[in-house]
Design a protein around this ligand. Structure first.
Ligand SMILES: [Zn+2]
Length: 363
């Protein structure tokens, strides 16, 4: 990545050298042959790493021609990178865990850390980050460590289509440890294309010494057939998320219908408000005493009429709200909220008829 560096930056020099420079071939003390300067952006500021490259002084030794750099250099930044590991992790975490966009990342790097990177440079680093995460996810030694105490696995397969018309990414996940095992873009969901994924998942489970306890999917034909033949006898369940999604549509339709009916029953809100406002205006136009009351006092309505306006505002808010999803349909929320308003009105009525406050709250 050959990129031009901004000129007026205060680079901090950090000298790196080999702790014990002894030639591995002839055991002589090695000498510095040349110095390599690398400028790297870190979250703590721009750093210039000055690496002392050593070689064996003995012209006859095999280590005379080559040079040896300090090994700690790799733990600070990868070769040819313009950023340190800290910036790299910062980028990856914000992009993939926090879903920041590339322009947003670029602006934040510049504002908070004075690091100027182009969008394509950031995209390059993000691609490398993804490769590293994928490699780590599929690292068998790590996987084995994680599944060391597990005897059974629950596998799921699902197709994700990033955009219409693009190839679908089929993802195999293990639900017990909540891990993505692997993913493969496929052009179709034909049985022949799906089969290798199921076979691979089964092979992984066997290598880990785990039994496949359950498969979960949206029960596409290809999944049902392939899983049935590759893993005979393993139960195959309908993914509850897909089940819910399929169920949500008719439920939300019914709910929306109920909402329309409820709204139809609540009429005349505007009429009540107009009446109250007229009454307030009339009371303010004919002040009872000297007529010099401050504006703030005059603004409060007589006889608690403003409470009526508050009720109207609350009810209007309720019938105009469209929040909620399949698990808490908007109509159900509306019905509950209207029930609360009704109870509150009844409490007030009872108070007015002479009930005690205590009686009211315990009701
Ligand atoms: Zn040597």
């Amino acid at each position: 990545m050959a990129r031009r560096l901004p000129k007026d930056l205060a680079w901090t020099n950090v000298v790196l050298e080999i702790d014990d420079p002894v030639c591995s071939a002839c055991a002589r003390r090695m000498h510095v042959k040349k110095v390599r300067r690398r400028r790297v952006f870190t979250l703590k500021g721009p750093i210039c790493y000055v690496s002392k490259l050593m070689h064996c002084p003995d012209a006859a030794c095999a280590n005379h021609r080559g040079t040896f750099g300090p090994p700690q250099e790799l733990s600070l930044a990868m070769p040819r990178w313009l950023i340190g590991w800290d910036v790299f992790c910062w980028l990856g975490h914000r992009r993939f865990a926090r879903h920041w966009s590339v322009p947003q990342l670029r602006a934040e790097l510049l504002d908070s850390y004075k690091i100027e990177l182009s969008e394509d440079a950031i995209e390059d680093y993000l691609q490398r980050y993804q490769c590293m995460v994928a490699a780590r996810q599929q690292d068998f030694a790590l996987l084995q460590e994680e599944y060391a105490k597990t005897r059974t696995v629950v596998l799921s397969i699902d197709g994700l289509q990033p955009e219409k018309g693009h190839e679908t990414l089929y993802v195999v996940r293990e639900l017990g440890r909540e891990r993505v095992w692997f993913a493969q873009p496929l052009l179709s969901s034909a049985t022949a294309e799906i089969r290798p994924l199921i076979v691979q998942a089964k092979a992984w489970a066997e290598r880990l010494g785990c039994r496949v306890r359950l498969w979960m999917s949206d029960k596409q034909d290809a999944f049902v057939k392939t899983i049935g033949s590759v893993c005979p006898g393993v139960p195959h369940r309908y993914c509850s998320n897909h089940f819910l999604r399929d169920l949500a549509k008719p439920v939300l339709e019914l709910d929306s219908h109920a909402k329309v009916q409820m709204r139809g029953k609540i009429r005349g809100l505007r009429g009540i408000e107009r009446e109250v406002l007229q009454e307030i205006a009339a009371a303010q136009a004919s002040p009872g005493d000297d007529g010099k009351r401050p504006v703030t006092v005059a603004a409060s309505a007589p006889h608690g009429l403003d409470v009526v306006l508050d009720y109207c505002a609350a009810v209007r808010g309720i019938i105009n709200s469209s929040q909620g999803g399949p698990l808490r349909p908007p109509g159900l929320r509306m019905s509950e909220a209207l029930g609360d308003v009704r109870k509150s009105l009844q409490r007030n009525l009872r108070l007015k008829k002479g009930g005690t406050r205590k009686h009211c709250w315990t009701d």
